[in-house]
Design a protein around this ligand. Structure first.
Ligand code: IPE
Ligand code: IPE
Ligand code: MG
Length: 254
């Protein structure tokens, strides 16, 4: 194997985001352009996820959160929904051993109660089996939408209040974040959307408050190490000001 030292050198100079989220979009269009059924795009998309995860681990990203299936995706034709759920189960079974071996911890966010039982059980098994993984956390957003997540968090808050465990004074930004599905994840640094659309489609709205956004025209089935590196380079070149002035940031004033 030849090692590309120029790109390794380059990597050392980059500011690596701790938490990257990806809206994996463009599978259907990728397939359509090739005269293939949409499912073929989803199948190829799973390979992209493997390559992207491997690259994220190589670059030192700690958490990779991927939008795999949205609440709104339940409204797609039943055949496509069924095929996606079946692919999910198959991928979990096929990849579990490698995830364990590579130190990848699988987690999930979303309203998992809506998943078919086979998918739910496969997911829970894999999450338990990989829970000791220390290298990268791979978080699957499944049956997820941000507004749904926020509404579920409010329901939790109301239930806590009813039991006397919470008063309105206790509800701070930090306390509210702790009621979201992402409670145990670090702040989101970089959100990438592939496939050319420039919208968030109900993904991590609260969490993206100060994330850098990056839109790639590459369809998800063509995504992988190089496009991820390009996104991280763009991130690394940006100045995150969090409302302050550039001068304050350069003086390291925090
Ligand atoms: C993303 O690709 C995968 C899911 C939403 C499940 P799409 O299936 O949305 O592909 P396009 O956007 O139609 O090309
Ligand atoms: C967002 O893609 C959801 C996922 C990638 C899972 P969509 O294809 O569903 O989003 P829209 O419909 O173009 O906004
Ligand atoms: Mg799409």
């Amino acid at each position: 194997m030849t090692i590309d030292n120029s790109s390794n050198q380059d990597l050392k100079e980059l500011r690596i985001p701790r938490h990257v989220a990806i809206i994996m979009d463009g599978n259907g269009r990728w397939a359509k352009e090739r005269g293939l059924p949409r499912t073929e795009g989803h199948i190829k998309g799973q390979e992209s996820l493997k390559a992207t995860l491997k690259a994220a681990a190589e670059f030192g990203v700690e958490v990779l959160t991927v939008y795999a299936f949205s609440t709104e995706n339940w409204n797609r034709p039943a055949e496509e929904v069924d095929a996606l759920m079946e692919l999910l189960v198959r991928a979990i079974h096929a990849e579990s051993a490698e995830l364990i071996q590579e130190g990848i911890r699988l987690e999930a966010i979303g309203d998992l109660s809506r998943l078919p039982q086979t998918a739910y059980e496969a997911l829970m098994d894999c999450m338990a089996q990989t829970s000791a993984g220390k290298r990268v956390r791979l978080v699957l957003a499944l049956s997820y939408s941000s507004r749904d997540e926020i509404v579920r968090a409010i329901r939790r808050a109301v239930a806590l209040q009813a039991s006397g465990a919470l008063t309105s004074q206790d509800i701070t930004e930090k306390a509210f974040s702790a009621l979201l599905d992402t409670a145990n994840l670090p702040e989101l640094d970089l959100m990438i959307r592939t496939g050319g659309e420039e919208r968030i489609s109900n993904f991590l709205l609260w969490q993206a408050a100060y994330a850098e956004l990056y839109f790639s025209s590459v369809y998800w089935p063509d995504f992988g190490r190089e496009p991820l590196l390009e996104a991280i380079r763009a991130y690394s070149d940006r100045e995150r000001r969090f409302g302050k002035t550039s001068e304050q940031i350069q003086l390291g004033d925090d």
